[in-house]
Design a binder for this molecule. Structure first.
Ligand code: ADP
Ligand code: MG
Length: 392
């Protein structure tokens, strides 16, 4: 059964009624622009064909109930209690349910709407976005919830505002300190296009990728390595970026140019300098990738992807042997470019590959992992897909 069918079936088994509508939102892959978001810089993600679907129905009371194929025990609260639950008493809510209930809370906060002014709802979720594989299943459940509630509660919010509600839910209701890239990519995605996002102004541009026309696939290579040092490592990187910006007297590394790097080197220690150099050059690579796509097409961005990986491996030092092996092996077997994607210390890498070379590259990476004694990776292709929408 498709995930949409599963959401529908879960809804009808929960309520014995037909849903009022079906909505969905995709996961995302970051094409280029890593750790640039919290430096007020640029990112360039796209939406995946993997989606989280929600079937929604109205209730006769003022309560909200959520259920998911992940955990079939429904979670139900009074809409008027959301305000007390988040963030102070969030521990009382099953962790997964903090995402959709947190979105409901964030939407009411953001619009200033009174709980009594909205109708009770049941929401049933099903998804084919793999969790923790670098595809942001969290943004997908947030985006599907935000889209559905925006429609049935007639909130009139645009997609950027819905992305902001998703981020607020994740930061405050779930308690995960993430940026807004994932939610923007999931809300704004379009078929065979990426979302070029300025994380300072939140201005977003949809940029044609043209992978399909060029016969290219984006191969995701999930190493299945857990993000072992991610918390401490993430904090250390953020602090290094803040030190670098302070040393240059600017609010964020977004304001430092490549020409200023020699000056940075005089003002900070060697490790901090390399952290700064990654951010400054990565911002430029995002701009270059957008310009290159427009001027020369998708085959020409491969080298930028590979340069991004080298910068994360050598300067930002957030790669791991599994990610390096996936990237190097893909490149040795026909990939036009490859890089680790996501926060680092594990997770997934991506490779831009001719459709006809996907099978060879996949087999080569699987063999290289086996030869190195690493656990089996999970490889699959994605074509950039449409953002959040109503499906029925
Ligand atoms: P990811 O990288 O996949 O976004 P996160 O840790 O940010 O990983 O978010 C994953 C969490 O989001 C899951 O552990 C679960 O709590 C919640 N989640 C995502 N999709 C669903 C779903 N379809 N149903 C229930 N919970 C979900
Ligand atoms: Mg997430």
């Amino acid at each position: 059964m498709t995930a949409a069918g599963e959401a529908y079936a879960l809804f009808t088994s929960l309520t014995d009624a037909e849903p009022a509508g079906l909505w969905s939102a995709p996961g995302r892959v970051n094409l280029i622009g890593e750790h640039t978001d919290y430096n007020d810089g640029f990112v360039f993600p796209f939406a995946t064909p993997h989606r989280t679907h929600v079937a929604l129905g109205h209730r006769g009371d003022a309560r909200i109930r959520v259920v998911s194929t992940f955990d079939t025990v429904p979670v139900e609260v009074a809409i008027a209690d959301l305000d007390d639950l988040f963030p102070a008493r969030r521990d009382e809510i099953a962790e997964w349910a903090r995402y959709p209930l947190g979105v409901a809370w964030a939407l009411l906060q953001q619009t200033g709407r009174d709980a009594a002014s909205v109708t009770g709802v049941d929401l049933a979720f099903a998804s084919d976005v793999p969790v923790g594989a670098g595809l942001s299943s969290s943004a997908a459940i947030e985006g599907s919830t935000a889209s559905a509630l925006n429609d049935v509660w007639s909130l009139g919010l645009d997609k950027v505002a819905l992305a902001q509600a998703g981020r607020r839910a994740e930061n405050e209701a779930v308690g995960a300190p993430t940026g807004i890239m994932d939610q923007m990519a999931s809300m704004l995605g379009e078929t065979d296009a990426g979302t070029f996002l300025d994380c300072r102004s939140l201005e977003a541009q949809v940029v044609d990728l043209g992978f399909a026309r060029a016969g290219l696939d984006l191969l995701v290579m999930d190493t299945r390595v857990a993000h072992a040092h991610s918390t401490g490592g993430y904090r250390e990187r953020r602090e290094a970026c803040e030190r670098g910006a302070a040393a240059m007297g600017v609010p964020a590394l977004r304001d430092v140019t490549i020409e200023q790097l020699p000056e940075v080197a005089e003002r900070v220690d060697e490790v901090t300098f390399r952290r700064v150099r990654h951010i400054v050059t990565e911002n430029q690579r995002v701009l270059d990738a957008v310009a290159t796509l427009r001027e020369r097409g998708p085959r020409a961005i491969g080298d930028l992807l590979t340069a991004s990986h080298a910068s994360m491996r050598d300067d930002f030092e957030i790669s791991v042997p599994e990610l390096n092996l996936a990237v190097d092996t893909a490149l040795a077997h026909g990939a036009l470019g490859a890089r680790m994607t996501g926060g680092g210390f594990g997770g997934a890498a991506i490779a831009l590959v001719d459709h006809g070379a996907v099978a060879t590259a996949t087999a080569a990476v699987e063999k290289a992992f086996a030869d190195a004694g690493f656990g089996a990776p999970h490889l699959f292709t994605v074509r950039p897909a449409e953002g959040a929408r109503r499906d029925g």
